[in-house]
Write a protein that binds this ligand. Structure first.
Ligand SMILES: [Zn+2]
Length: 66
């Protein structure tokens, strides 16, 4: 069985204006897409994120069985 991982940037508090949405086939891939998006769209370096930031992002990743 396959899973899809999706993330909508606007779900993150303070990012309501952002239209960025991503879908990937693995948690690793979605995490990299989120980090790339944060850098390109928001000028944020993922290496500067706290454990709380990461936990919040992880909680917002939606996993679906397909
Ligand atoms: Zn965004």
């Amino acid at each position: 069985m396959k899973k899809t991982y999706s993330y909508a940037c606007k779900d993150y508090p303070g990012m309501e204006e952002c239209s960025g949405q991503f879908v990937a086939e693995s948690e690793d891939e979605i995490r990299q897409l989120i980090e790339l998006h944060a850098r390109v769209a928001h000028g944020e370096e993922a290496s500067a994120w706290s454990d709380d930031d990461r936990a919040q992002i992880r909680a917002l990743i939606r996993v679906e069985q397909v």
